[in-house]
Design a protein. Structure first.
Length: 68
């Protein structure tokens, strides 16, 4: 997680594991990509498991992918 990045702004920390995205359990990155496809600009709840084993709910707002 780079300082000032969208992930940093959303509250993600190094070592976080996404376990739920928009109310759905997550097993693979493909599931996140599929969910985000039609949710650009809409707030989504993301549950992450922290390195210390606690869980936290974050809110993210997906943006259009930059083709560069």
């Amino acid at each position: 997680v780079s300082p000032g990045s969208p992930a940093d702004s959303a509250g993600f920390c190094p070592g976080d594991v996404i376990i739920e995205f928009d109310g759905r359990p997550i097993v693979s990155i493909k599931e996140i990509v599929d969910i985000m496809g039609d949710k650009v600009g809409k707030p989504l709840k993301v549950v992450v498991k922290r390195a210390n084993s606690s869980s936290e709910t974050l809110t993210v707002i997906p943006e259009e992918a930059n083709p560069d």
